[in-house]
Design a protein around this ligand. Structure first.
Ligand code: SAM
Ligand code: SF4
Length: 467
């Protein structure tokens, strides 16, 4: 994140220069803050031994937990993909993975002191609909065998519409699935060619129909901006086409181009990528368009119809942020299963081995397949709350946060110094102890949050662009 310095030009006719300056100062690389501390801070210091102790300390009467299952397989590689996944075109590796996953659920449940209640289940990936219908059924049955579900438990999956079958939807719905998120990205064939993802509108419409017909009634569509060959007009068309499918929620992710971490992203031609100014214009235009259509902007990259439960949660300051993005899920505990999955315990974060062979090897030894994590300090908890409220509400009352955590405002001196520059630049308002992103500042919320990040190496380049 750049350090703010001089007061910005306030002449309204200089808005282009002003935007450029804001992008230069605040559009640099910053974490997406799906957790604080972020995964960059995870170390092998959290081992299977610590995780076992953390699991054992969980109590049934502390409330419902959430469960996350990672499915690291895809049919084809999208060149922009930043997820932990691999292309497989044989059944054997998937069958083997499912067998181990069922074993991991037994191992974790056996480590607990008693039976826990689960309020939500999320299948992420990769592509959960790479599982065979009987495999998704078997996993849901295993979870039901090992956990008690709340009556209205949310059971959701990330789905690739191109490979969704009626049989899969039937098995998932029978197991209780009631929410789905469909990967769309952009409907423009030229963009689809540049990202290696051929997916006509009809394919998505058919997937949405299959899901709704089976009772999976709550639908989210994933869109992206900042993709190669994407234009403002094309993005507008994509949004309007997406709205004709009547989704309940939309995600609009900024393409994170990190070819030094994801080698296949090198297949995307740099000269076809929109520059920072165009990326910012896309983010702004998409937000304005959706607001014109009556949608609510929720946090960094989510939108919902005003009657959706996520919009209601946001309106009441109850929206939360976790590894899957924004959620209504208020459970303090998330148990992760599968390679690379991340869990959240009262003590801190824990992540399974990322590569399937390492994850499998640990399970074969009868070990919890944990590779790293971070134990949270009281300062981490304090800052995590501030960052989460800013990411969710664009606003935080620091005095309230201090009171809840037994801290003093003057411990945030460094953050206040940075906020002063942000206030002068018109991206944040600071009224006493209340910090709020301005409308312009919402696009730079990751950089506002970074002011409170005590772990961030300022100027480090490991994260994707902040805008
Ligand atoms: C696991 S995928 C969704 C399910 C399925 N695999 C699919 O693509 O249809 C999750 C979503 O992450 C987003 N995504 C993937 N790579 C990304 C990147 N490099 N930057 C930003 N968003 C990305 C895409 O919007 C994608 O739909
Ligand atoms: S975006 Fe989805 S389908 Fe494409 S490679 Fe990534 S996880 Fe697989």
């Amino acid at each position: 994140m750049a350090t703010p310095a001089t007061k910005m030009n306030e002449n309204p006719t200089a808005s282009v220069e002003r935007t450029d300056l804001l992008i230069e100062r605040y559009g640099g690389r910053a974490p997406r803050y799906t957790s604080y501390p972020t995964a960059v801070q995870f170390t092998p210091g959290v081992s299977p031994r610590e995780y076992a102790a953390w699991l054992t300390s969980l109590r049934r009467d502390s409330g419902a937990v959430s469960l996350y299952l990672h499915v690291p397989f895809c049919d084809q590689m999208c060149w922009y993909c930043g997820c932990n996944t691999a292309v497989v075109n044989r059944r054997a590796p998937i069958e083997d993975y499912v067998g181990r996953l069922l074993g991991e659920i037994d191992l974790v449940a056996g480590t607990l002191s008693g039976r826990l209640i689960a309020g939500s289940v999320h299948f992420g990936g990769g592509t959960p609909n790479m599982l065979a219908p009987d495999e998704v059924g078997a996993i849901l049955a295993k979870l039901a065998e090992r956990f008690d579900f709340t009556p209205h438990a949310e059971i959701a999956a990330e789905i690739d519409p191109r490979t969704l079958t009626a049989d899969w939807v039937r098995a998932a719905a029978q197991g209780g699935m009631n929410r789905a998120s469909l990967g769309v990205q952009d409907f423009d064939p030229d963009v689809q060619q540049a990202i290696n993802r051929h997916q006509p509108f009809d394919v998505v419409a058919r997937a949405a129909d299959l899901l709704r017909d089976a009772g999976v009634v709550s639908l989210n569509l994933d869109l992206m901006y900042g993709l190669p060959r994407q234009t403002l007009a094309g993005l507008e068309r994509t949004i309007d086409q997406a709205l004709t499918l009547s989704p309940d929620r939309l995600s609009l992710f900024g393409y994170a181009h990190v070819p030094w971490m994801k080698a296949h992203q090198k297949l995307i031609r740099d000269e076809e990528l929109p520059d920072s100014r165009l990326r910012h214009a896309m983010q702004r235009r998409a937000a304005d368009l959706l607001e014109e259509r009556g949608w609510r902007r929720l946090g960094l990259d989510h939108f919902a119809r005003p009657d959706d439960s996520l919009a209601a949660a946001a309106g009441e300051g109850r929206m939360r942020r976790n590894f899957q993005g924004y959620t209504t899920d208020e459970a303090p505990v998330l148990i992760g299963f599968g390679a690379s999955s991340i869990g959240r315990m009262p003590q801190g974060y824990v992540q399974n081995a990322s590569a399937v062979p390492q994850w499998r090897a640990k399970l074969e030894r009868g070990e919890l397949p944990v590779a790293r994590g971070v134990e949270m300090t009281s300062d981490d908890r304090f800052r995590a709350e501030i960052i989460e409220r800013l990411m969710c509400d664009f606003k935080v009352d620091l005095a309230d946060a201090c009171a809840r955590h037994g801290r003093q405002l003057d411990e945030l001196g460094e953050a206040f110094a940075m906020l002063k520059g942000m206030q002068e630049d018109g991206i944040a308002d600071v009224n006493g102890a209340v910090v709020e992103a301005t409308r312009t500042g919402r696009d730079f919320i990751r950089s506002i949050c970074a002011a409170f990040d005590a772990h961030l190496e300022r100027g480090a380049t490991r994260h994707s662009k902040g805008v």
